[in-house]
Design a protein around this ligand. Sequence first.
Ligand SMILES: Nc1ncnc2c1ncn2[C@@H]1O[C@H](COP(=O)(O)OP(=O)(O)OP(=O)(O)O)[C@@H](O)[C@H]1O
Ligand SMILES: [Mg+2]
Length: 215
Amino acid sequence: MQNPTGRFITFEGGEGVGKSTNIQALAEYLRSIGKTVIVTREPGGTPIAEKIRNDLLKAHHEEPMAPMAELLLMFAARAQHVDAVIRPALERGDWVLCDRFTDSTIAYQGYGRGLSLSTIEQLKTMAQGDFSPDHTILLDAPASVGMTRARARGEELNEETDRFETEEMAFFERAREGFLALARSESRFHIVDASQSLDDVTKQVLALFEIEGNI
Ligand SMILES: Nc1ncnc2c1ncn2[C@@H]1O[C@H](COP(=O)(O)OP(=O)(O)OP(=O)(O)O)[C@@H](O)[C@H]1O
Ligand SMILES: [Mg+2]
């Protein structure tokens, strides 16, 4: 275990699979058993990184963003987030629940956009060294399932579409394959079938943490 007192838990998966909803449920559960919990997100999580998020996700730039610029901005935001928020919280003994992290960069910019995985790996080492989540919950569902949910939520809450949501379905299917490939190669992953009902998904997420010693 990398972090002897606090735990660093990341939630990963495609658009609309239920990351934000389930992260809140887990935070509530952990608080109910006395943990101090910070919920944060990527890109973002600090004032500087939230500014970068705005540039990364805003739908209407005057020019297309070069894939390498997008990749570097993701890691710039992450370096700030790890340094200013995540590491200090873990050092205090808090639990940190993070909505997306480096696996999303590998899935979206690597598998989705086709940027070199070894370049991403090099940048990862520069930005975060060997710092890595203790556990990663991968909410897995066909891209179309998540996208339908995200669009329904967007209409209900009148959200602006972000730069990624306008990508074609094949992009999100490649990203899903990327997440699954990562999950097969590292033991910190726990895959939950996110195409189930929200109730069932949340039960399975919480079950990972409810049995003492599970996580
Ligand atoms: N298992 C589920 N079944 C049905 N609806 C769900 C399920 N999980 C989440 N939802 C609903 O789908 C929508 C998307 O969920 P949520 O915002 O948690 O996903 P997300 O992964 O955070 O999305 P994004 O990638 O856009 O941030 C919400 O309206 C949520 O209530
Ligand atoms: Mg979300």
